[in-house]
Design a protein around this ligand. Structure first.
Ligand SMILES: Nc1ncnc2c1ncn2[C@@H]1O[C@H](COP(=O)(O)OP(=O)(O)OP(=O)(O)O)[C@@H](O)[C@H]1O
Ligand SMILES: [Mg+2]
Length: 407
């Protein structure tokens, strides 16, 4: 320590490094750009009204309901459900109503018992390890008995089907929907099932479908004006006054609306552009900073998406990337990949290859994540051949897919 002070004393004139950084930064708060940040106010879109009513009916009328909420990535599904849950809890408290809410991101659930443990934990009733599902259900019934209403939000619910299987997931949904009737108690249990897969209801089996008695809410992607509203609020919360103007915010919104309409992308692009402004020592955020940040944001987001893919999706993507690298062609013939690179990749990772129709379906799920473009190309001798184009570099895709497959 003494040594470091001595050398600091020798460095004259002494610099005020933190003060300088503070002065040159365009940020007042970087954490408002984090993915999980819940703002104090949200930009209200009309599509959210049924969610508000859902919580209101739960707390006021004890109405047991299920809502299936579908919408594309970054359309505000998670935020709206979490934000209005907080509002409902506050309102219930003011009115002396006992309302409880639990939130589960299904990506974190690798087995049915983990689901019940997680919910029990959120109800302040943690369960010891090693209990059977029947015991966990009994504990869950004890934990909710005496409450007026529990609202459980299951986010990214399609992941639950993929991770623990259709039957166990249907069991969970059935137990949530039927617990009140089966145990003959007073607590209502409502659920919101969030997904960006429009085919979600096809995953429900007969008993679940009939006991859920669900309403559907489909929300669309944000338009440029709405993204502008969201970004304006975020900029106010995270950037210094006078370092940006409305036209640059509008520019970020327009670029995002043109690319994928994902509010998460828009917020990340604004943050990365502000980083560029900060790094180049500029005092203002300009459109050129947004242009500079665009590709890097696109790449970052693709890599994040990649780490959320299933093993089947990762193997298909890996095979496409290996083929693109080998052939150095922009378009990749799907049948050829399926017969060659895909099978080798599966073998190397000890995974059973999908049948061709599932392989093709998996390619289209990669397209819905904007990782590939799927197309048909006319053959000279007649007919069509299915081709895809990778949306980011094959080296990045190979490296990241291999890494995600090892985890
Ligand atoms: N109406 C809004 N007001 C303020 N911020 C918003 C709004 N909608 C979305 N956002 C922000 O945009 C980002 C993405 O929103 P959110 O996570 O709710 O999307 P999503 O629909 O759940 O997407 P995914 O399907 O990928 O999970 C979050 O950082 C969120 O805070
Ligand atoms: Mg979400």
């Amino acid at each position: 320590m003494a040594g470091s002070r001595e050398s600091a004393e020798n460095d004259t004139p002494q610099q005020n490094l933190f003060g300088e950084l503070d002065h040159s930064s365009v940020f007042t708060n970087k954490s408002v750009f984090d993915t999980d940040y819940i703002p104090r106010h949200i930009f209200v879109r009309n599509e959210f009204t049924p969610i508000v009513r859902f919580y209101f009916d739960a707390l006021k009328f004890q109405l047991q309901q299920t809502m299936i909420l579908i919408g594309p990535s970054g359309s505000g599904k998670t935020l709206a459900c979490r934000f209005y849950a907080e509002e409902a809890l506050q309102y219930a408290q003011e009115k002396g109503i006992v309302l409880s809410c639990a939130y589960v991101n299904c990506r974190e659930i690798g087995a049915p018992y983990v689901f019940w443990q997680l919910v029990l934990g959120q109800l302040n009733s943690p369960a010891p390890k090693g209990l059977s599902i029947t015991d966990l259900l009994t504990r869950f019934a004890q934990a909710v008995a005496g409450r007026r209403h529990l609202v459980v939000v299951l986010d990214e619910v399609e992941k639950l089907f993929a991770r623990i299987g259709h039957e166990p997931t249907n069991d969970i949904l059935y137990n949530l929907a039927r617990l009140r009737a089966n145990r003959n108690f007073d607590t209502a249990i409502s659920t919101i099932l969030i997904s960006n897969n429009v085919h979600l209801p096809n995953f429900f089996d007969g008993p679940v479908r009939s006991s859920l008695n669900s309403s559907h809410l489909v929300i669309g992607p944000y338009g440029a004006d709405e993204l502008d509203g969201i970004l304006t609020d975020r900029a106010k919360a995270g950037l210094k006054d006078g370092t940006y103007d409305a036209s640059v915010i509008r520019y970020v919104a327009a670029k995002t609306a043109q690319y994928n309409s994902d509010a998460r992308f828009a917020i990340r692009l604004l943050k990365n552009a502000a980083f560029h402004a900060e790094r180049t020592g500029g005092q203002r955020l300009e459109k050129e900073h947004v242009d500079q940040a665009f590709e890097e944001t696109r790449r970052e987001m693709s890599i994040e998406v990649l780490h959320r893919l299933s093993t089947n999706q990762l193997l298909v993507l890996l095979a496409l990337a290996l083929e693109a690298k080998k052939t150095e062609e922009p378009f990749i013939g799907l049948h050829r990949v399926y017969k060659g690179t895909y099978r080798t990749a599966c073998e190397r990772h000890g995974w059973r290859p999908l049948v061709y129709s599932h392989f093709l379906h998996t390619v289209s799920t990669l397209q819905s994540h904007d990782l590939v473009n799927n197309m048909l190309e006319r053959r000279r001798m007649g007919g069509y051949v299915r081709m895809v184009e990778l949306n980011f570099s094959s080296d990045d895709a190979i490296r990241e897919a291999e890494q995600a497959l090892r985890l």
